[in-house]
Write a protein that binds this ligand. Structure first.
Ligand code: R5P
Length: 258
């Protein structure tokens, strides 16, 4: 792998632990003013010191993140859809030139395996890998799951493997039973999405399950920024991901910090 790609990836996946806590705040690109992200700057600023990277769109980045911040940016460059229509019908929204101007550490787009626009979304990923390659910018593939799909190891394994085959440098997917099979058959690092808001202990359990079954970390959004105590929550997630804390230890930490 090229030096530039390795260097950028090592800003995201911490070499000390081989793990990462990515903070996802890109939800508005199809959900609009998601609860907890109505004012992105207010939500993001206190969390930044605890995030290994920030996943967001150019709109939020330009307006809501202080450029003096040194947090690695994973730029969401797919979109063009909303929850009112077919979500798999995404296109690439942001040029690689703009990603370079914004000094990003990686770019990301979603794929919708089994979705109505499966081929288009897979070609978005392939084209993005091609565009980013001359500049050594790594690509994160997000395996989006349509309502009609089952989040099991067979389906997620299929999506992750296809993403890796098309050249994604790392993949974000969901945790499921038999998750180790998903990781084993995907030859690039896998991070786990948090999903809908659940009680803090459950989200810590998810983080624990993810890393103990082979994920390099989490890319978590709602379970952090929709928590009543987001700053405590991200620190508790860090304890699980980077320090090997058990769920009990991390939940104790969450309560103490709160
Ligand atoms: C969805 O496609 C978005 O990329 C989110 O970043 C992703 O779902 C992770 O956020 P959450 O932990 O809220 O599921």
């Amino acid at each position: 792998m090229d030096w530039g790609i390795q260097n950028r990836l090592s800003r995201i996946i911490q070499p000390k632990t081989g793990r990462t806590v990515m903070l996802a705040v890109d939800h508005g690109y199809f959900l609009g003013p998601t609860s907890g992200l109505e004012n992105p700057r207010k939500t993001i600023t206190p969390l930044l010191p605890f995030a290994d990277s920030l996943m967001l769109t150019r709109g939020v980045l330009r307006t809501s993140v202080n450029p003096q911040n040194n947090v690695p940016i994973i730029l969401r460059v797919s979109g063009g859809t909303s929850i009112l229509k077919e979500l798999s019908n995404e296109a690439i929204t942001t040029t690689i030139q703009e990603a370079i101007c914004l000094n990003v550490a990686a770019v990301t787009c979603s794929i919708f395996v089994g979705g109505e626009f499966e081929k288009e979304s897979l070609m978005n990923l392939a084209d993005l890998v091609n565009e980013a390659a001359p500049f050594n910018i790594p690509v994160l593939a997000v395996t989006a799951v349509g309502k009609e799909m089952t989040r099991d190891s067979r389906y997620l394994g299929l999506s992750c493997r296809i993403a890796a085959e098309l050249g994604a440098h790392f993949v974000k997917t969901y945790y499921c039973e038999g998750f180790e099979k998903v990781v084993e058959s995907c030859f690039v690092p896998v991070v786990v999405a948090g999903g809908k808001k659940t009680p803090e202990r459950d989200a810590l359990q998810l983080s624990y399950n993810a890393v103990t079954h082979g994920a390099v970390g989490v890319d978590m959004g709602r379970n952090i920024f929709q928590s009543e105590k987001p700053v405590s929550m991200i620190q508790a997630v860090r304890a699980v991901v980077h320090q090997g804390a058990t769920v009990d230890q991390a939940f104790d930490l969450f309560q103490t910090l709160s």
